[in-house]
Design a protein around this ligand. Structure first.
Ligand SMILES: Cc1cc2nc3c(=O)[nH]c(=O)nc-3n(C[C@H](O)[C@H](O)[C@H](O)COP(=O)(O)OP(=O)(O)OC[C@H]3O[C@@H](n4cnc5c(N)ncnc54)[C@H](O)[C@@H]3O)c2cc1C
Length: 380
C-alpha cells in the first residue's frame, strides 16, 4: 500500500477519499489488471464503476454533477492508479479534458458532456499529436474549414490515449493555415460523427493496459457550436492547461517510482544468495538508501507543487520542472529496482518488469524531457 504518512497536503477528508479509491480499485481494478494488459484496453464498465464511486472529474462543479473539489483529489486518484500499476486513462478525463470543458466550454457544452463524464458514461480523449507534429504542435495539418453553419474537418491524429474507448474527443485543428500557433482551434467531436474513424490500437512496449489509437477525419462535418472556446485561440488554451497535465504526469511518475522501490525492497528481503539475503549486501542497502532519499525529496517536492497548483501559482516552467524531475527519477528508480531483482526483473510475471516498461514513456508524452528543458530555459 502506498505510504502517505509523511505527506503534508492531505487532510482527514483526503484520507477518507483515498480509502474509497483503494476500496474500489481492490474490487474493480486489481483482479483485472492482467486482463487489461493482455487486451490493451480497460472495459467501459470500470469507468462506470469509477463514476459511481465518485472518482471521476473531481474538479467538476456541482452544477454539472461533479463534487467541486480541487486537484488534490485528482492527485489521489492518480497516485493510487499508478501505484497499482494501471494505465487506465482516467488521467485524461480527470486532469485534462474536464478542465478544458469547464474553462472554455459554452453552457450548453458543459451541460451536455460534463455530467456524463462524471458518471463514466462518456469517455474522453484529447487529440493534438499528428504523425508529422508532436513537440512542434503549431505544425499540425488537421484542418477545419468553415462551411455555413458547420466546420468540415480533414486530417489525422496519432498516439491518442483512450482513442479506442473515447465517446468524445477534444480535437486540435488549424482554422487559419496562414498562421502558425495563432491559427489553431479546439473542437468537441463526438466519435459517432460521420467521417470519424479509428485506426489501429497501437502496440506499445509499455502502459499496455491503456488504449492508444490513431484517429482519422475525412470530410467530417461538425456543427459550428462544436468549437470549444474562441476560434484560433487554442494555442493559448493549451499553454494554460499544459501545466496541470505536466503536474499530473509528475504525480504518476512519483507514485510508480515508489511502487518500484517497494517491490525491490520486498524482493531483496525475500531472496538469498551466498548464504544471506540480497538485502544484507551493503551494495543493496546503499542502492536502496539512495533511492529512498530521492523518493523522500520527491514526495516533498510533489506536495509543494500540488499545493502551489491548487493555489493557482504553479507556472509553466515550474510544472515542466516537476514533470522533468519526477519522470527522470522514475527512470532511475525502475532501472535500479529491476537490477536488484536479477533475472527475475526481466520476466514479465514480476511487477517490476511492468513498472520498467511502463516508465519509459513518461519522459516522452505530455512533452518530452527536452521540451521541458526548453520551457524552463526560456523562463530564465
Ligand atoms: C503512449 C503515448 C500516449 C500519448 N497520448 C497522447 C494523447 O492522448 N494525446 C496527444 O495529443 N498526444 C499523445 N501522445 C503524443 C506525445 O505527447 C508526443 O509523442 C510527444 O509530445 C513527442 O512528440 P513526437 O512523438 O512527435 O516526437 P518529436 O517531436 O518528433 O520528437 C523527437 C525527438 O526530438 C526531440 N525534440 C523535438 N523538438 C526539440 C527541440 N525543440 N529541442 C530539442 N529536442 C527536440 C524530442 O525531445 C524527441 O527526443 C502520446 C504519446 C505516447 C507515446
Amino acid at each position: 500500500m502506498l505510504d502517505t504518512t509523511t505527506r503534508t497536503i492531505f487532510s482527514e477528508e483526503h484520507a477518507i477519499f483515498r480509502d474509497s479509491v483503494r476500496k474500489l480499485f481492490d474490487r474493480a481494478l486489481l483482479p483485472h489488471l492482467d486482463d487489461h494488459e493482455r487486451d490493451g484496453i480497460v472495459e467501459r464498465d470500470f469507468w462506470r464503476q469509477c463514476g459511481a464511486a465518485g472518482l471521476l472529474c473531481p474538479t467538476v462543479d456541482p452544477a454539472y454533477g461533479g463534487p467541486g473539489l480541487d486537484f488534490t483529489y485528482n492527485a489521489i486518484v492518480q497516485e493510487e492508479l499508478s501505484y497499482a500499476g494501471s494505465h487506465a486513462g482516467l488521467i485524461i478525463q480527470n486532469d485534462i479534458t474536464a478542465d478544458y470543458i469547464q474553462a472554455y466550454g459554452s453552457e450548453a457544452q458543459k451541460q451536455r458532456y460534463l455530467p456524463k463524464m462524471v458518471a463514466g458514461d462518456c469517455i474522453t480523449a484529447i487529440a493534438m499529436t499528428e504523425p508529422s507534429a508532436g513537440s512542434d504542435l503549431k505544425a499540425i495539418r488537421t484542418h477545419a474549414r468553415r462551411d455555413g453553419t458547420d466546420y468540415v474537418i480533414n486530417g489525422s491524429k496519432i498516439y491518442i490515449t483512450n482513442g479506442c474507448n473515447a465517446d468524445l474527443v477534444i480535437l486540435a485543428a488549424k482554422t487559419d493555415t496562414a498562421r502558425g500557433a495563432g491559427g489553431m482551434s479546439l473542437f468537441l467531436v463526438e466519435t459517432d460523427t460521420p467521417g470519424f474513424t479509428r485506426g489501429r490500437k497501437l502496440d506499445k512496449i509499455g502502459q499496455r493496459s491503456g488504449d492508444t489509437a490513431e484517429l482519422f477525419f475525412a470530410d467530417m462535418r461538425v456543427p459550428a457550436d462544436s468549437l470549444l472556446g474562441t476560434e484560433n485561440e487554442a494555442f493559448s488554451y493549451l499553454l494554460t492547461q499544459l501545466a496541470q497535465e505536466r503536474l499530473s504526469v509528475a504525480v504518476t511518475a512519483q507514485a510508480a517510482a515508489q511502487r518500484a522501490f517497494d517491490e525491490a525492497l520486498a524482493f531483496t528481503k525475500g531472496r538469498q544468495a551466498f548464504g544471506q539475503r540480497i538485502f544484507d549486501f551493503q551494495n543493496t542497502r546503499f542502492v536502496l538508501a539512495g533511492l529512498k532519499t530521492e523518493l523522500q525529496v520527491g514526495w516533498a517536492h510533489l506536495d509543494w507543487a500540488i499545493a502551489r497548483h491548487v493555489a493557482g501559482k504553479l507556472d509553466a516552467a515550474a510544472a515542466s520542472a516537476a514533470k522533468l524531475w519526477h519522470t527522470e527519477l522514475q527512470g532511475r528508480v525502475v532501472d535500479a529496482a529491476l537490477q536488484l531483482h536479477g533475472g527475475a526483473g526481466y520476466m514479465n510475471e514480476y511487477m517490476i518488469a511492468r513498472l520498467y516498461r511502463d516508465a519509459r514513456v513518461t519522459r516522452i508524452y505530455g512533452g518530452t524531457s527536452e521540451i521541458m528543458k526548453e520551457v524552463i530555459g526560456r523562463s530564465l
